[in-house]
Design a binder for this molecule. Structure first.
Ligand code: ATP
Length: 178
């Protein structure tokens, strides 16, 4: 079967306490042992991965993100983004895992690369309506940020971490494309 480069996962979040309090009803459920969900009575949708309301951050990370980190070390580009209506759980799902992801990436680098200096560039930007917020530099959150490309093709504002496999040291350095 042809390998499709875009994979879509759906994660169902539990009802929040305030929703329970207001007697909101669950309108989506998993079909056991399939990659399907049912919305309402009978509207079935199939995804590459489905996660139920009791799924953990670790499960989502292991299934959806970790394989991408492996591909990254083989030279592929990878993008993960969360899409959904407000309050559906995008920040919850994506927001907390970045430190763990960086740790795993550094471990891969440590085991795969010897005797050279590896540079990892990270940007962490929230797009809200038409506005950008740099989540690595909260003081700039009120400033007007624009995504641009510099002459080397770097986009956005990046935190430049020099990773020395000998010293295991990280030197955070701010880098502003002009
Ligand atoms: N899987 C989950 N388990 C438990 N609570 C969750 C889960 N997903 C989201 N929540 C809770 O639901 C609420 C809304 O989630 P979140 O803020 O991540 O939504 P969002 O999609 O980022 O919303 P917005 O687009 O408005 O920023 C939060 O209180 C969050 O803690």
């Amino acid at each position: 079967m042809e390998e499709i480069p875009v994979k879509v996962a759906v994660r169902i979040r539990p009802l929040l306490s305030k929703e329970v309090l207001h007697n909101h009803q669950v309108c989506v459920r998993l079909v056991p042992n399939t990659q399907q969900i049912i919305i309402g009575k009978d509207r079935a949708f199939t995804f590459d991965f489905v996660f139920g309301k009791n799924s953990t951050q670790g499960e989502v990370y292991t299934v959806c993100i970790k394989p991408l980190l492996l591909s990254l070390t083989e030279g592929y580009n990878a993008t993960v983004f969360a899409y959904g209506q407000t309050g559906s759980g995008k920040t919850y799902t994506i927001g907390g895992g970045h430190i763990g992801t960086l740790q795993v990436l550094f471990c891969f680098i440590f085991f795969l690369v010897y005797d050279i200096l590896v540079r990892v560039k990270v940007s962490y930007i929230e797009v809200y309506k038409e506005e950008l917020r740099d989540l690595l530099e909260l003081e700039t959150s009120v400033k007007d940020l624009h995504i641009r490309e510099d002459e080397k093709g770097n986009t956005g504002r990046i935190l430049d971490l020099k990773f020395d496999t000998h010293g295991f040291s990280c030197v955070p350095e701010l880098f502003f494309p002009s």
